[in-house]
Design a protein around this ligand. Sequence first.
Ligand code: SAH
Length: 352
Amino acid sequence: MTPLAAKLAARIEADGPIGVDAFMQACLTDPEHGYYTTRDPLGAAGDFITAPEISQMFGELIGLWLAQVWTDHGAPGAFVLAELGPGRGTLMADALRAASRVPGFAEAAQLVLVEASPQLRQAQAERLEAYTPQWAPSVDALPEGPLFLVANEFFDALPIRQFIRTEAGWAERCIGLQDGALSFTTRPAVAPELAFREADTAPGEIVETCAPATAIVNQIGQRLAHHRAGAALVIDYGAPLSRGDTLQALKAHQPISALATPGEADLTAHVDFGALAAARGPAEAAPLTPQGVFLERLGITQRAQSLAARLTGEALTSHIAAHRRLTHPDEMGRLFKCLALHPTSTATPPGF
Ligand code: SAH
């Protein structure tokens, strides 16, 4: 049993079963034993790898996207450039390097990062030193001003609840104890927000909700509408509608049971993009677009070709594989989706 499993077992023993949300929150951000509190999980030696770590092209294209939208919105002279869950700072470093070709963009940006992990905050401080980043504890604590925000693989780490359709309404899937070990169980639930899912689910099916995610998107939407300039780009794996159990644990790049090693494996769930878009409040949402299509429209093939011209041998082979991995429908191209929010008074951003 991991130290966190023992801590959770004691809590369940005393107070009864906990929701998947409380379990996920403890696994990822418990102050003592949480996965993100205690390590840098990224890269080949870590548990998973993300798009900006696969190729510099990902961050570069997002940087040019941000600079284009900023220009289209009248190039505000001071704005907040925010990233949620910036990992090692790779995406933002690549983005700012590319966007710095657009005169005035980097100078007008106040870089603010929202990051739970002390280790990763340190990595971000080193990687982004030239841009003097600040950190904010949450989206509602971001400084005032027009907001340009990006979040790659952030929303999948927010705690979800799982509901199982039964013959008599909904039950909540939760974590209890069986013979002293953590084990899935259910408890009756009242879930009026799921009434609309009675039309398209059958008894036995699971649907997931993520209240922290919709709350964050609503705050972003309010901010965008208020300033009438700015945009948010959310990239993650997920679908237009939650369906089925997507809770997933990864350790050393291999899937394992979510209950096996609490605090020592990455724990995520697919993002319900329909719920995110519906939470946008007074802002506009661009059509949900697969990552492969988005990157293609932003010119990843041209960028890949120009980088390829300078490469040979193994470096060239791995560059070609990285391009494929980011864009091909059988790799990240289709499962990963892009959602953009923008003020209603502004045009749909490029790539959508
Ligand atoms: N965007 C990066 C990292 C993705 S991993 C990339 O694409 O490489 C998820 C990131 O979100 C990590 O930086 C993690 O520490 C951070 N994170 C997870 N839950 C968080 C929370 N509740 N608040 C702030 N940051 C969080």
